[in-house]
Ligand binder design. Structure first.
Ligand code: GRF
Length: 203
C-alpha cells in the first residue's frame, strides 16, 4: 500500500513508519512526505530514507482551500492510497477528506474521546487521570473525533510532568502507528459508517 505521511515538526512518528516500512514483511511503503513547515526536521528524515519530501508552506497560499488543493494534488501525483497525519498541526477540511474518503489516519496523544485538541498530555495531568495513552483514528471533519482504529495505554506515574508523560506516550505511539497502518491496509480494521469493524485482535 502507498502511504503519504504529513508532518509539521520533528517527525518521530514518521520515523517509526519509515522504519516499519523498511521491514520486508510490512505491507506498505511511504511514497511521499509533505510538511506545511519548510524547516520541519521530519523532512530531513524522509530525505535520509530516500523518500520524496515536499514542503508546502501554508502561509504561501492565498487560502486554506488553495493550500489543501495543492496538498491533494501532490498526493494524487504520487499515487497515494493512504494519508497518515503524524504531528500535522493543520485541520483538514471536508473537501480535502472527500478526495481521500476513509483513507486519512491520525495519531493523537490521548485515549480518545478524552482530551481532544492541543496539549492532550497536559490535559490528562491536569485532570488527574491515572491511565493515559494514544489513539490512531480515521480522520473526519471534526477535531480528533473520527472512528478509532487502535489505542495504547500508559500509566501516569507520581511525579510525572508534561515532558515525562509525553515521552512515555510517544514511545507507545511509535509502536501503535505502524500496527494501526498494518491493520488498516490489510483490511483487518475497516471503516463502517461512523465506527470501525475490528476483525483482528490488536496485538
Ligand atoms: C505526537 O505526540 C503526536 O501524537 C502528536 O504530535 C506529536 C508528533 O510528534 N500529533 P512527531 O512530530 O511525530 O515527533
Amino acid at each position: 500500500a502507498r502511504l503519504a505521511v504529513l508532518i509539521s515538526g520533528s517527525g518521530s512518528n514518521l520515523q517509526a513508519l519509515l522504519d516499519a516500512c523498511a521491514q520486508a514483511d510490512f505491507p506498505a511503503q511511504v511514497v511521499c512526505v509533505v510538511s506545511n513547515v519548510p524547516t520541519a526536521f521530519g523532512l530531513e528524515r524522509a530525505r535520509k530514507a530516500g523518500v520524496p519530501a515536499v514542503a508546502l508552506d501554508h502561509n504561501a497560499f492565498g487560502s486554506r482551500a488553495d493550500f489543501e488543493r495543492a496538498l491533494g494534488d501532490e498526493l494524487e501525483k504520487a499515487g497515494v492510497e493512504w494519508v497518515c497525519l503524524a504531528g500535522f498541526m493543520r485541520l483538514v477540511s471536508a473537501d480535502f477528506l472527500a478526495r481521500f474518503p476513509g483513507r486519512v489516519l491520525n495519531i493523537h496523544p490521548s485515549l480518545l474521546p478524552a482530551f481532544t485538541g492541543l496539549h492532550a498530555q497536559r490535559q490528562a495531568l491536569e485532570r488527574g487521570v491515572k491511565i493515559a495513552g494514544c489513539t490512531v483514528h480515521f480522520v473526519d471533519a471534526g477535531t480528533d473525533t473520527g472512528p478509532i482504529i487502535a489505542q495504547a495505554a500508559v500509566p501516569v506515574l507520581p511525579g510525572d510532568d508534561e515532558a515525562s508523560l509525553s515521552a512515555r506516550i510517544l514511545a507507545e505511539e511509535h509502536k501503535l502507528y505502524p500496527l494501526a497502518v498494518r491493520l488498516v491496509v490489510t483490511g483487518k480494521v475497516t471503516l463502517e459508517g461512523t465506527g470501525t469493524r475490528v476483525a483482528a485482535q490488536v496485538t
